[in-house]
Design a protein around this ligand. Structure first.
Ligand SMILES: [Zn+2]
Ligand SMILES: [Zn+2]
Length: 169
């Protein structure tokens, strides 16, 4: 969403508060589908000689899938961000965003903030039992009778699993 920043530009040094919404396109993060909803951005803006400096709190809901059992996960997410909306942003500086006339776009601001707050993996619950490595059953829903200690449990396969995980990071 675009927010009018003309008051701050006309009155440098003065703090103005703002509230906005934002939209973030669905994305893949570490091979998992991630989507955001109900995003709210609130904060302060201060006009400077080159643009508008913004301190904002971004909150919303994030949906993805459980890393262990693959079931859908939806949870709150929030982050704080500082950024400079500049007439001539430095392309080397990720904290600088372009001003569009007298408006700033909160979508990119919210995206920067919330992507940085994403967890390394989502879990449907802290004690998710995951999928059975032998039969594939979701052990949260249907405990299966497969024996523990199958081929996946050998020290060598455990090691190769670790190596695969490292590669993905
Ligand atoms: Zn799970
Ligand atoms: Zn099983």
């Amino acid at each position: 969403m675009q927010v009018d920043v003309s008051r701050a530009l006309k009155d440098p040094g003065q703090t103005y508060s703002f509230e906005a919404t934002a939209r973030i396109e669905d994305m893949e993060f570490l091979d998992d589908p991630v989507s955001f909803s109900d995003i709210r951005v609130s904060g302060d803006m201060i006009g400077t000689t080159v643009g508008v400096r913004v301190n904002a709190h971004v909150s919303g809901e994030v949906s993805s899938r459980c890393a262990l059992c693959l079931s859908p996960v939806r949870q709150p997410i929030e982050a704080d961000i500082e950024a400079l909306f500049s007439r001539e942003p430095d392309p080397e500086d990720p904290d600088q965003l372009p001003l569009e006339g007298y408006r700033m776009e909160t979508d990119e601001l919210a995206r920067e903030a919330l992507v940085s707050a994403l967890p390394m993996r989502f879990l449907c619950s802290p004690d998710c039992k995951g999928l059975c490595p032998v039969c594939g059953a979701n052990r949260n829903i249907s405990p299966c009778t497969c024996q523990e200690g199958g081929p996946r449990q050998s020290p060598f396969s455990a090691l190769s699993h670790l190596l695969t995980e490292d590669e993905e990071v």
